[in-house]
Write a protein that binds this ligand. Structure first.
Ligand SMILES: Cc1cc2nc3c(=O)[nH]c(=O)nc-3n(C[C@H](O)[C@H](O)[C@H](O)COP(=O)(O)O)c2cc1C
Length: 187
């Protein structure tokens, strides 16, 4: 058996409602595959993950969307499980939200959602980044559309209800994946 095949697997999870976090997780998965790391994206809403499963991973990656000021509840539960581990594998955490469309709000310290999640669960992620998500007014229900338009008004973003923009910086996602590939992994 080669050293690589004896290695514990990298685990890649996502929490999404509108699909952008899944796209980002799939992109990361393809980039990791190009570095010889197999990590199949798993939807946390489809199957919750046990702390025991997480403990066996060499690296844990989470891509989690924000809605109404918080990461999706399945991502929050996941982080609570991860935080309960005695000796956790390295964590690479990516938050997906619209606030991160401003470069100063794309870092672990600059992005409030990421900063609060890290503090709430007392995490020490090896990597933490916020990616800008997607704004798609026509696909939102009336109330969600008005609320997001109001947030955009406050943060000087587009308020035209026909707007559909993907803000995600794919080069930034590539860089995140490259840094995951460089993380020391358990044997
Ligand atoms: C109902 C709703 C609430 C949202 N709340 C926030 C928010 O509080 N802060 C923020 O920065 N982005 C917010 N967003 C933007 C989403 O984070 C963004 O659209 C992201 O791409 C969603 O990820 P997903 O496609 O994986 O679900 C919200 C979007 C929707 C539709």
């Amino acid at each position: 058996m080669s050293t690589d095949s004896r290695r514990r697997a990298a685990k890649l999870y996502y929490a999404t409602r509108d699909g952008q976090s899944r796209h980002i997780a799939e992109h990361i998965s393809r980039r990791l595959a190009a570095s010889g790391i197999v990590a199949t994206p798993q939807n946390l809403a489809a199957a919750p993950v046990s702390a025991a499963e997480l403990a066996q991973a060499s690296v844990v990656v989470l891509v989690a969307a924000v809605r109404y000021g918080r990461h999706l509840h399945e991502a929050d539960r996941f982080l609570a499980s991860y935080a309960s581990l005695q000796s956790p594998p390295p964590l690479a955490l990516a938050s997906v939200n619209l606030t991160a469309r401003k470069p100063a709000k794309a870092t672990a310290t600059g992005n409030g959602y990421l900063r609060k999640a890290i503090a709430r669960h007392r995490l020490a992620p090896a990597l933490a980044v916020a990616f800008a998500g997607r704004l798609d007014y026509p696909s939102y229900g009336w109330l969600d559309r008005q609320i997001i338009r109001f947030i955009m008004l406050l943060t000087r973003g587009p308020t035209d209800p026909s707007t559909c923009v993907e803000y995600t910086s794919w080069p930034a996602v590539d860089e995140f994946a490259a840094r995951i590939a460089e993380l020391p992994r358990g044997s």
